[in-house]
Design a protein. Sequence first.
Length: 82
Amino acid sequence: MTYDPSPVDEKFNTPRLPGGDRTLIGFGASYRPSKSFNFDIGYTHVFVNDSYINQSSTTAGTLKGNFEGSVDIVGLQVNWQF
């Protein structure tokens, strides 16, 4: 488990990079059926804190809103030593 604060201040949020602090929780497992062969699997879920945007443009008006998100990451690996 880890906490990753956003490097972007909320006042600089854009639709391309909404930002938001993140909390990550992950786990993994390994299985070795023989001395030369093993399987690994890992999973991480990223919780992204909601972030707010209020961006004004002289040509396109104003964009206001909230962003929310999350990410799921799965990793699989097979090792064969010879």
